[in-house]
Design a binder for this molecule. Structure first.
Ligand SMILES: Cc1cc2nc3c(=O)[nH]c(=O)nc-3n(C[C@H](O)[C@H](O)[C@H](O)COP(=O)(O)O)c2cc1C
Length: 336
C-alpha cells in the first residue's frame, strides 16, 4: 500500500509505532521498522543524550530500515537538554522525529537543519494547523480515545480525523484507538494517510516489557481505562488499577485544589516499576481504550502482516462488495 506517509518516511506500510515511555526501546522500534512500519525510540526514556546515542546505535544494529525518535516536550521545572538530545539524534543518523506535548517550534530550525522529517503528535485541529504552519512534515492526530495524553478537548477520532482532513494540507496519520485492519481502513476513509498505534504494540512478543503488562492488556476491556489529572489540565488516559483508584479518590477529595504533589506517589516513577518489574497496581501508566480490541500477543511482524492482509480484504471484498451488491450486512469481525 502506498500513501503520503509511506512515501514521506520511505516505509512499506503506513503504520507507525508511537513513542512510549519505558516501552519504546530499540527492540520494539527495530521490530516495527523491520516489519515495514515505522518504529520509534522514546527519547526521554533514555536519561541522558549519551544514553540515547547508545540506544540509537543499538537499534541500528538490529534493523537496516528507517526508524525515528520521539521527543516529548513536557511542562517541567528543569527541562531536559533538548538541544543535546537533538544532536544525538542527528549524529546517530536518524532522520525522523516524532514530537509531542508542547509545540516543537523552538526546535524546528535545528531539526530541519539536520534534514530531519518531523511528525508532530497533537490532539486538536488547531494544534495540527500550528504544526503545519511551523514546518512539520506530517501530523499524528490523537483522538480522545488514545492512551497517554488526549488533551482537554475530548474530541474522538470519528470527528477529529475528518475535521483534520478538511483543514490540513500536510499528510496525517490517525492515532488513538487503532488496533487492526478495520482501524486502518477507517482511518484512510476519514482522510488519514496511515495510522499510529501505541497500546496495541505493547502486547507484542518483541515489546521489552514485563509479561504482566501484556497479560493485563489482553485481560482488560474497553471499560477499564480512566482519565486522571483532569484538574491539572494534564489529562492522562491510564489503565485502571489499585494505585489509580487511590489517585482518583485523592482527586475527588481535593477537587479543583488538586496539586501535582498530592498524587506524587501514584504518578512519579511508576513506569519502571510497571514495565520492568511488572508491578501492576502501583499507579498511573498510559493505556488506550483500544485495549478492548487486544486479545493476543503476536509478533510485531505477525501483527503488521495481519493488518495489511486484512485491510486489503476489507477494501477489495467488503467495500467493493457493497458497491456491486455481493456483500450486504456481514459484520467485519476481527480474525484473531
Ligand atoms: C504506555 C504508554 C506510554 C506512552 N508514552 C508516550 C511518550 O512518552 N511520549 C509520547 O509522545 N506519547 C506517549 N504515548 C502515546 C503513544 O505514543 C500514542 O500516541 C498513543 O498510545 C496512541 O493511542 P493508542 O494507545 O490508543 O494506540 C504513550 C502511550 C502508552 C500506551
Amino acid at each position: 500500500m502506498k500513501t503520503a506517509i509511506t512515501e514521506l518516511f520511505g516505509i512499506q506500510h503506513p503504520i507507525i509505532q508511537g513513542g512510549m515511555h519505558y516501552v519504546g526501546f530499540a527492540e520494539l522500534a527495530a521490530a516495527v521498522s523491520s516489519a515495514g512500519g515505522l518504529g520509534i525510540i522514546t527519547g526521554l526514556t533514555q536519561k541522558t543524550p549519551e544514553l540515547l546515542a547508545k540506544e540509537i546505535a543499538r537499534c541500528r544494529e538490529m534493523t537496516d530500515k528507517p526508524f525515528g525518535v520521539n521527543l516529548t516536550f513536557l511542562p517541567s521545572f528543569t527541562a531536559p537538554p533538548y538541544p543535546e538530545y537533538i544532536a544525538a539524534i542527528r549524529e546517530g543518523g536518524v532522520r525522523i522525529v516524532e514530537t509531542a506535548g508542547r509545540s516543537p517550534e523552538q526546535y524546528m530550525p535545528a531539526l530541519k537543519a539536520a534534514g530531519i522529517k518531523v511528525i508532530h503528535k497533537c490532539t486538536s485541529v488547531r494544534h495540527s494547523l500550528k504544526a503545519e504552519k511551523i514546518g512539520c512534515d506530517a501530523v499524528s492526530v490523537d483522538g480522545f480515545e488514545c492512551g497517554g495524553h488526549p488533551g482537554e478537548d475530548d474530541i474522538p477520532n470519528m470527528i477529529l480525523l475528518p475535521r483534520a482532513a478538511d483543514e490540513l494540507t500536510i499528510p496525517f496519520v490517525a492515532s488513538g484507538g487503532m488496533a487492526d485492519a478495520r482501524s486502518l481502513v477507517a482511518a484512510l476513509a476519514m482522510g488519514a494517510a496511515g495510522m499510529n498505534m501505541g497500546t496495541r504494540f505493547i502486547a507484542t512478543k518483541e515489546a521489552p516489557v514485563h509479561p504482566n503488562v501484556k497479560k493485563a492488556l489482553v485481560e482488560a476491556t474497553e471499560l477499564d481505562t480512566r482519565l486522571v489529572m483532569r484538574a491539572l489540565r494534564n489529562t492522562e488516559r491510564v489503565l485502571k488499577n489499585k494505585g489509580v483508584d487511590q489517585l482518583l479518590e485523592i482527586e475527588r477529595e481535593k477537587g479543583a485544589s488538586l496539586k501535582i504533589q498530592d498524587i506524587h506517589e501514584q504518578v512519579a516513577g511508576v513506569y519502571p516499576k510497571v514495565m520492568i518489574e511488572g508491578e501492576m497496581d502501583v499507579g498511573a501508566w498510559s493505556c488506550g481504550m483500544v485495549v478492548g480490541l487486544i486479545h493476543d500477543v503476536p509478533t510485531v511482524k505477525g501483527l503488521i502482516d495481519r493488518i495489511m492482509v486484512e485491510a486489503e480484504q476489507i477494501i477489495r471484498q467488503r467495500l467493493t462488495g457493497f458497491l456491486d451488491g455481493t456483500v450486504q450486512n456481514a459484520p467485519a469481525r476481527a480474525v484473531a
